[in-house]
Ligand binder design. Structure first.
Ligand code: HEC
Length: 311
């Protein structure tokens, strides 16, 4: 067997077009690398075909609970308001327009003005489809009591119970096939929500406001603690001052008389006056070796004593 060079350069020189075939793979690989590098070094924004929405503040998506006065929800007789009547439906129609139509639409089609922006669409009351809690009076009462808050159906637990029944009876005029509650289902409402006793609604304030109040309280607590600390510190200082006064007095009468004059002078003047001639004004001469902090305690004590003496 005869070995042959893989690349016969003499052949190549005679027929240079073949060079292209050999370098083809090489160029392909290089082009591949350049392409990868280009895409790799692009930033995320240019990789997107859809312009990104830049959210600076996610808090705008959090719905805070509304400010609400505490209220007594008037008691109702569930077997009365649980059954429809013209009076209730008329009342409900007005309440529906005021409270529900913005989402559920004027005619309960689920096409209110706010509906367009909502991901979970408000219920269309003309259709039996998609109901979560159900279409009976008792089911809808639960919906109004608790809301389906995560999906944008708020709770209306602050409406008087009778108003809620009125709205429900009005909603039930949008279709003819609403299922009817049995008496015991209505009476269960009584058991669960104590309708005949009424409900005391606690006042509620938005979380933001509550936090603010807490902060204010914390601030005033801090202020209080600060005051206590500083009065303890003052006490400490007075005690130290009293001790120093005792230790460094040569003639306490003289000292007190002299310090009567210190009432309105500054600490520095006091230190200078006493250090210049301690003995004459009743101090021991060692007083000049006090640290500034000790001077300050002594000064505080003596000015207190002199104030008490004067008054
Ligand atoms: C802010 C918009 C909004 C308002 C205001 C609103 N709703 Fe809704 N409601 C919704 C949405 C959204 C749904 C659908 C929730 C879901 O499918 O999870 C819904 C669902 C319902 C349902 C169906 C519950 C179920 O079992 O699936 C009832 C009943 C209802 N609303 C009644 C009312 C009544 C009555 C009012 C007025 C007192 C009202 N809603 C006000 C948004 C709203």
């Amino acid at each position: 067997m005869q070995l042959k060079d893989e690349i016969d350069f003499q052949e190549l020189l005679k027929n240079p077009v073949r060079l292209f075939g050999l370098t083809y793979v090489y160029f392909l690989v290089v082009a591949g690398f350049i392409g990868t590098y280009y895409i790799w070094s692009m930033n995320d924004v240019s990789k997107n075909t859809i312009a990104p929405v830049i959210l600076r503040d996610s808090t705008q998506f959090v719905q805070d609970i509304p400010m609400q006065r505490g209220a007594l929800i008037a008691p109702v007789n569930v077997t009365e308001v649980g059954r429809t009547s013209k009076v209730l439906v008329d009342k409900g129609a007005n309440l529906f327009q005021a409270n529900c139509s913005s989402c559920h639409g004027n005619n309960g089609m689920g096409d209110g003005l706010s509906a367009a922006a909502m991901t979970v669409k408000p219920r269309n009351f003309h259709s039996a489809e998609g109901w979560k809690n159900g279409r009976k009076v008792s089911n809808m009462y639960k919906t109004l009591q608790e809301g389906i808050v995560l999906n944008g159906m708020q709770a209306f637990n602050y409406l008087p119970a009778e108003d809620r029944f009125a709205i429900i009876h009005y909603v039930r005029t949008f279709a003819t096939d609403f299922p009817v509650d049995s008496l015991s289902e209505l009476q269960d409402l009584e058991k669960v929500y104590n309708l005949s006793k009424g409900t005391q609604l606690p006042p509620q304030i938005p979380v933001k406001l509550a936090m603010q109040n807490l902060q204010n309280e914390a601030a005033s607590d801090a202020k209080y603690v600060e005051n206590v600390c500083s009065s303890i510190a003052t006490k400490k200082q007075e005690e130290q001052g009293a001790m120093l006064a005792k230790r460094f007095s040569a003639n306490s009468n003289k000292m007190i008389t002299a310090s009567l004059a210190t009432k309105d002078v500054s600490l520095d003047v006091f230190i200078r006056t006493v250090s210049t001639d301690p003995i004459t004004i009743g101090f021991k001469s060692a007083v000049v070796r006090l640290s500034r902090e000790e001077w300050s305690s002594l000064y505080a004590y003596l000015s207190k004593v002199s104030k008490e003496k004067k008054s």
